[in-house]
Design a protein around this ligand. Structure first.
Ligand code: NAP
Length: 267
């Protein structure tokens, strides 16, 4: 049963590592992608021979083409592509974030998934029941203050893969996954995270529970799945009353007075 092959980005930590663990327990072979080769190797040491580490930067289109050539030379079909790699830039006022920083976030969080689709379309279509799953975010549904580049990258992902889902209906299952806050290392790049861990831990969901929900949604053939209590609240709020929802979030973020959000008011 280990003939089902998954390409998983963001496999070295957080939600991606939990997904890799669960997929291997379900007898998949996982090709796990991230930049840090030593962290990937540590995952390979832990998960065994059905996890193949493959270190490259997902925002590098040429690296995706190289992977596609390698898979094609080996005659390897791709049963599942999960695009989970992503970064959360420091919370900051939109007008203080450089266009170069916005471009970089879009390349890592959104365009990387487009490069993956472009490169892996043929090996995906060669699989019996191909699946593409992408980890967007509730932040792409509700663009909170201080997260302009991140929210834009995730909103782009939601729009692009919603269109692709309908275009590929009946050929490739496309599943959009939108979690709320999850306990992972994604907050490590935040300059003022110290002192905010209590709040993050209180609102963030367990990464393995979220990974389980994601795999359930994929298994059930869902096209779109919001995960986590905060994710659902944001999603409902944005459907019923988007302006008020974002204003309420602004009020809560301001009233929290946390150093984590200090740079949002720097403009
Ligand atoms: N945690 C949350 O609250 C949350 C909420 C909603 C959505 N998400 C989304 O869930 C996904 C996983 O996030 P996480 O919370 O598990 O974060 P994480 O623990 O920081 O893991 C991110 C993974 O992506 C990889 N990665 C980052 N940039 C990369 C690049 N340029 N090329 C290749 N790999 C790269 C990282 O490895 P390297 O650094 O070694 O490259 C790591 O394996 C992301 O797309 C994130 O936006 C997270």
């Amino acid at each position: 049963m280990t003939d089902r092959f998954v390409v998983l980005t963001g496999a070295s930590g957080g939600i991606g590592k939990c997904l890799a663990k669960r997929l291997i327990a379900q007898h998949y072979r996982v090709l796990g992608i991230a930049r840090d080769a030593s962290r990937l190797q540590a995952v390979a040491d832990e998960l065994g021979e059905n996890f193949e580490p493959c270190a490259f930067d997902v925002s590098d289109r040429v690296a995706w083409q190289a992977l596609a050539s390698r898979l094609s030379a080996a005659g390897q079909a791709v049963d599942m592509l999960i695009c989970g790699a992503g970064v959360l830039p420091p919370f900051a006022a939109a007008s203080t974030v450089s266009s170069a920083a916005v471009e970089q976030t879009l390349r890592i969080n959104f365009l990387s998934a487009v490069y993956a689709i472009e490169a892996l379309k043929a090996p995906l279509l060669a699989a019996a029941k191909p699946v593409v799953a992408v980890i967007a975010s509730a932040g792409g549904i509700a663009p909170l203050i201080g997260t302009s580049a991140y929210a834009a990258s995730k909103a782009a992902m939601i729009a692009y893969f919603s269109a692709l889902r309908e275009e590929w209906r009946g050929r490739v299952q496309v599943t959009l996954l939108c979690p709320g806050f999850v306990k992972t290392d994604i907050f490590r790049s935040q300059p003022h995270v110290a002192g905010s861990e209590k709040l993050l831990n209180a609102i963030a969901a367990d990464a393995d529970r979220i990974a389980r929900g994601m795999l359930q949604a994929i298994r059930c053939g869902r096209g779109y799945k919001v995960l986590g209590v905060d994710g659902h609240l944001l999603s409902i709020g944005m459907r019923l009353c988007p302006t008020l929802t974002l204003r309420l979030c602004r009020y809560i973020i301001k009233a929290s007075n946390l150093p984590l959000f200090a740079d949002i008011w720097a403009d």
